[in-house]
Write a protein that binds this ligand. Sequence first.
Ligand code: 5RP
Length: 237
Amino acid sequence: MADITDTAAAAKRAAGYMAAGMVEDGMVIGLGTGSTVYHTIECLSGRIRDGLSVYGIPTSYQTAMRAREYGIPLTTLDDNPVLDLAIDGADQVDPGFRMIKGRGAALTREKCVAAAAFRFIVVVDESKMVPKLSGTVPVETLPFATKPAMAQLRGLGCRPFIREAVKKDGPVITDNGNFIVDCQFNEIGDPAAIEAAIAAIPGVVESGLFTRFLGNTTVIVGDDKKCGVFNSADIIT
Ligand code: 5RP
């Protein structure tokens, strides 16, 4: 069990646990990546021990390893191309439920899994809620075409940097064998337009901008006392 030492960690735990409580017997669920979803996995593990039957589709090697460790049966998009729900964290969420994801470099699988789910539950602490998206947007690129892709990304008004690995020389290699280009923006005025423009660049696999998951999204904002739960009716555009 994780050691809850500070308020942010307690908030993440509360959000992660609340999302796990929304999982129903027989569901196939997407398991996102990161420290908040870690708590969802932890809580689901207890519910499975108590008799809940679910299958998870992990969005990263890290999540697959954790899920196995916690006794969560896994499946694939090949066997289950449609999911009941996906649960994932985020780096920023704006009032229109547009998000930046990908700090953990799992953005491509996270977007595939979220897109395949009827319902997307986003678990965050209060610090992730922002009035406007800004800062670093991670973009996964084919190594073969990263340099020309970076030139085109620069044309969208950002400063792109290839993400460097820690405890390995050279670039981060994603679970899909690609690079991550961290694109530093100032304020992102029209996130949907930027997401579409990035997606149109040859050599780009995916970006960490998530602007198309509005109607079926629930955002759980963790708090150590009481979580906030926001649905599409709460979206401010
Ligand atoms: C990984 C992600 C994570 O979901 C996001 O970075 C949030 O992580 P955490 O819950 O640890 O704050 O997008 O690629």
